[in-house]
Design a protein around this ligand. Structure first.
Ligand code: ZN
Length: 279
């Protein structure tokens, strides 16, 4: 297992971690101040500063990207809605390519309005990814399907376990892999086996960290700083690395009432400390 204290360059900051107080240029300058060498930007932050400017800033600072957030949201109530989703995803792939991101993170999407058919939503996710794949392969951008905790199955993502994501990748072939996020997957009794399977198939494209707070007061916006919750992050990182993952460790913390309120310089400093002491 890698010694992260010897590899500060492997820490990546997801722009959502400081999104309330910093725009993308501020994040990039902040990372430079804190010796952080990688980021994962969201599309809204890139749009805000302009794609060309974002790409230039990333290049000038020599930053690595751990991914680009995000695409997906495939299921829709009708064919026109599904086609719009594919179009939007193609644009996201093109942006990822311009930025030099190795992968586009995909959040599957949930049930279309009025639907109770989760099997159909899952079939739509498969078909949407299949429709996007050729474009992504040509652009040299990997698609990283990120399974989300089952509490999001209705409204956000009907791909909920790593085993399910692995199966999608097996069905769709080269060009697709998985993002392993400890927040979404820590509870799964099959996690170690699923990570090993993803590793055997060469599917692990990204590794995201934060923590599960007890109690959690908001389903979306109450993620914890690494070390403040109940996830054994280091154990999961050990599984991911034993499965062959050698990439970045991305801190992605949605925290409306705590971390988003704080001075982003403090957030980055603590992320860096916890990356070494906890992850
Ligand atoms: Zn994530």
């Amino acid at each position: 297992m890698r010694d992260l204290s010897a590899h500060p360059e492997l820490l990546s900051i997801n722009s959502a971690t400081v999104r309330e107080r910093w725009n993308l240029p501020q994040l990039i300058e902040g990372c430079a101040r804190h010796g952080i060498r990688a980021i994962s930007p969201w599309r809204d932050k890139v749009a805000e500063c302009g794609l060309a400017t974002a790409a230039k800033l990333i290049r000038t600072h020599g930053l690595q990207l751990s991914g680009y957030c995000r695409g997906g949201l495939f299921p829709a109530a009708d064919a026109a809605g599904r086609a719009r989703a594919i179009e939007e995803n193609r644009r996201a792939v093109d942006e990822a390519a311009t930025l030099g991101a190795p992968c586009l993170i995909l959040v599957a999407g949930g049930l279309p309005e009025g639907s109770k058919d989760i099997a159909d939503a899952r079939a739509q996710v498969h078909d949407g990814m299949a429709a996007l794949l050729e474009h992504a392969r040509k652009a040299n951008v990997m698609l990283a399907i990120e399974p989300l905790h089952p509490m999001y199955a209705a409204d956000r993502a009907c791909v909920n376990t790593l085993a399910q994501a692995n199966a999608l990748c097996r069905a769709l072939g080269p060009g697709i892999g998985v993002a392993v996020d400890v927040y979404h997957l820590w509870w799964d009794p099959e996690l170690e086996a699923s990570i090993a399977e993803a590793g055997r198939l060469g599917l692990i494209l990204a590794f995201h960290v934060c923590d599960w707070l007890v109690p959690t007061t908001d389903l979306l916006l109450d993620r914890g700083m690494m070390g403040d919750g109940v996830i054994d992050i280091r154990k999961i990182r050990g599984w991911v690395e034993a499965a062959g993952y050698g990439g970045l460790v991305e801190a992605e913390i949605f925290s409306a009432r705590n971390w988003w309120q704080r001075d982003p310089d403090e957030v980055l400093r603590i992320c860096r400390e916890r990356y070494i002491s906890v992850c």
